[in-house]
Design a protein around this ligand. Structure first.
Ligand code: NOJ
Length: 736
């Protein structure tokens, strides 16, 4: 059975084969393409979901079942098939098709498959690219063992708007950092060999600009200048293409008034043209058909035509290709060459995955059993989780808690909710395996005085007296507040990010007991909690940490691990500040609180609650005066900035040393600062290290409105520090 395709190929294509069987996967794809009918080619361009309306579209199109459709070669990929037995059944059906072309199985593996790591925005807070890469590799290992070849991740969309629920899936607001994280995640998922047992195909999504949805409302229109796009949104997509990501996904939104799925500027000019991208492009869910309600295509046939002609190679779900591509090719409205190009790319991916050599290589039940939730994977998830926790406040060294304490008041339903701690969009994450904070503390032998304190649904205080009594009986109070895990993610835009007053009032009352109070703020996005910020002595922002959440929290709470994470998004102090980000421009009237006619509000400050790059440690660091190797360089010349960082506290700890640049005068206005380098270093107490940042074109340049990356002569501020608002500046001149 499993060699159907190979024997078929030998019979059918003997005249095309050179003396030896081709080893190059493009040649193998070409040979196969020559054997295919138009229907078979179009079949490869259809991706069908196992979920939602499964029987409808399939039976309406004359097939008794999805299996029968696959047997007829009418699908190139399935998504959302998650059990090994079904994967095997569908794959066998594909092998029974005339040419026996195997299917690719895809799934949204966003932060782990069955063992769950922190939500991607949380992982990004680690500023630890190696850890992020490792985490993606573990996700790939479990995913590949589960029979799946392709994740629809990473989402690399930049967003400066915390109202947008999908910020939880990305790496935050910064284009430079976003590009680094995109590369790390792609390396982690794909490795060097897509056919290896611990790698899968990645998908860079959503191309392009999806994170700029107007007013943070999911699926909303996007409108921005080309210059803005090139400088602040494009870098992670470009980095993904350069990193060899196997696939790209279209975005739902329009871009310059044209839906991304049919957008030739994005798909042809940028992706295939300037970036020479070779992989294949998949639409987003129904996004081909959705060009009709966008008001761009008059009907599904026109939508299929626009998408295929623009270069969307595979259609996810809406079946416009299935229904119309054949007639569009026969009428000459789509050149068959377009279809050939798309199918060639899809076949190439299948060869790269090793599916033709052994279509069942991903279907090994023993491997699945040994891999899923193994102690190694759980240890890695715990490691990633502790690296993701951000220490926002720590007055009087409230943290770490002494391990000698015995009685802990544990307040808030989020402390004990497996579903919330797992985080949103968690693939096949096993809920029973999630270690909550309550469970982890109990396992460590603490006596827990638990009280709900507020209602998880309404956010209103509930039985405050019980919570206060628990506090009075205990040596320390840990209180978890925040949003629910289901409140961030796709279609989870929010118009209110202030934590409910019930949660904030409760914290104030707990603080007034005089006991040490640690607040854990949980959420999938920046949230606003000014009362807690002002009153609580210690605050950790914990995102959603996944399977090992409770253990990782204990590691940080009791000081077994010294937190070193930093915020990858600015935390607003007021809703009215959103969108808020650190790389704003000076404007002609820079903000001045004493001058009304400047860029400011009359009723709220401009300052965020917590800036990008902010995060504390249990130790302290000092930075020496930074020095530039040369303060004047010729165009194209390099220099280097050096700064010595010293751990001045009593614990070993990590610091993220951040480099920012400002081009003081340019032919296009430039932001007041832009991250252009960072290094995470570990220092023992008293230890010093000199950190070096090379400064060249990459640090000093920007994109013109035409998309050319240039460095202009003139004066630059080079800034270094441990947060975007704590920087020392030196001047650099690039001579003419
Ligand atoms: C829609 C989402 O926008 C996309 O990110 C996801 O991969 C697909 N649905 C498939 O679930």
């Amino acid at each position: 059975m499993k060699y159907t395709f190979l024997s078929g190929l030998l019979l059918l294509s003997v005249s095309h084969l050179s003396a030896s069987t081709p080893t190059d996967n493009w040649q193998r794809a070409d040979l196969l393409l020559q054997q295919m009918t138009l229907e078979e080619k179009i079949g490869q361009m259809n991706q069908i979901s196992n979920k939602s309306k499964l029987t409808g579209p399939v039976s309406e199109r004359g097939f008794k079942s999805l299996v029968e459709l696959v047997e007829n070669g009418m699908a190139g990929s399935l998504l959302n098939v998650t059990d090994l037995q079904s994967i095997r059944t569908y794959q066998e059906a594909a092998l029974r098709s005339r040419l026996g072309i195997p299917l690719i199985f895809g799934l949204d593996v966003i932060h782990g498959m069955r063992t769950i790591s922190p939500i991607p925005l949380g992982e990004a807070a680690s500023f630890d690219l190696e850890a992020i890469e490792r985490s993606a590799r573990w996700a790939a290992t479990e995913t590949a063992a589960s029979g799946i070849h392709w994740t629809f991740a990473p989402m690399v969309d930049i967003s400066t708007d915390a109202r947008w629920g999908r910020v939880m899936e990305g790496a935050g607001e910064d284009p430079y950092y976003g590009a680094q994280v995109a590369r790390a995640r792609i390396r982690g998922f794909q490795g060097d060999d897509l056919s290896a047992p611990n790698t899968i195909m990645a998908c860079c999504k959503h191309f392009a600009g999806y994170g700029a949805a107007t007013s943070g409302k999911d699926y909303n229109s996007v409108d921005m200048s080309r210059g803005h796009f090139y400088n602040y949104y494009m870098p992670p997509y470009k980095a993904a293409a350069e990193a060899g990501v196997a696939t790209f996904m279209n975005a739902f939104n329009d871009f310059d008034g044209i839906p991304c799925t049919g957008n030739t500027f994005l798909l042809q000019e940028l992706l295939r043209g300037r970036w020479h991208y070779q992989g294949f492009v998949v639409s987003d869910w129904n996004s081909v058909e959705e060009m009709v309600p966008h008001g761009y295509a008059a009907n599904r046939k026109e939508a299929a035509k626009a998408a295929a002609n623009a270069g969307c190679d595979m259609e996810m779900c809406s079946l416009c290709y299935f229904d119309h591509l054949k007639e569009l090719v026969e009428s000459g409205e789509i050149p068959e060459q377009k279809i050939d190009e798309a199918v060639r790319r899809i076949l190439y991916a299948k060869f790269e995955l090793g599916l033709f050599d052994d279509p069942m290589r991903y279907c090994d039940t023993n491997r699945l059993r040994q891999t899923v939730l193994s102690s190694q994977i759980r240890a890695a998830a715990r490691d990633m989780a502790k690296r993701s926790i951000v220490l926002l406040k720590n007055d009087n060294q409230t943290l770490p808690l002494s391990p000698k304490i015995k009685h802990i008041a544990l307040i808030g339903p989020l402390c004990d909710s497996q579903l919330d701690m797992r985080g949103g969009w968690a693939a096949e994450g096993v809920v029973d395996s999630i270690v909550t904070l309550r469970r982890a503390l109990t396992d460590r032998g603490y006596t827990i005085h638990y009280a709900e304190g507020y209602n998880a649904e309404t956010g209103l205080e509930s039985n405050t007296a019980q919570a206060l009594q628990a506090a009075c009986q205990s040596d320390a109070v840990i209180v978890a507040v925040g949003e629910r895990a289901r409140d961030s993610g796709e279609a989870r835009s929010r118009g209110e990010l202030n934590l409910p007053s019930g949660q904030q009032e409760l914290v104030k009352k707990l603080v007034s007991t005089g006991k040490p109070v640690v607040v854990l703020v949980m959420g999938g996005r920046p949230l606003i909690f000014n009362d807690i910020k002002n009153h609580a002595p210690a605050i950790l922002f914990t995102w959603w940490l996944g399977t090992e959440a409770g253990n990782a929290l204990c590691d940080v709470l009791f000081g077994d691990y010294n937190p070193g994470a930093k915020l990858p998004m600015t935390f607003p102090a007021h809703m009215g500040q959103i969108p808020i980000y650190y790389y704003y421009k000076s404007t002609g009237r820079p903000a001045d609180p004493n001058k009304p006619h400047t860029t400011r509000f009359i009723d709220i400050d401009n300052a965020p609650a917590y800036p990008f790059g902010y995060g504390l440690s249990y130790t302290t660091f000092t930075f020496s005066t930074p020095r530039l190797e040369k303060t004047m360089i010729a165009p194209g010349e390099k220099t280097c900035l050096r700064v010595t960082v010293t751990n001045t506290g009593k614990r070993s700890g990590e610091e993220v040393v951040q480099l920012y640049v400002r081009d003081r005068f340019a032919s296009l206005t430039r932001p007041v600062k832009e991250l252009r380098g960072f290094q995470k270093i570990m220092l023992s107490p008293g230890e010093s290290r000199t950190v070096e940042f090379p400064i060249d074109q990459e640090q000093l340049g920007f994109y013109t409105n035409e998309g050319n990356f240039i460095v202009e002569p003139g004066d630059f501020d080079i800034m270094v520090g441990n947060s975007s608002d704590q920087l020392q500046t030196v001047s650099l001149t690039v001579s003419k």
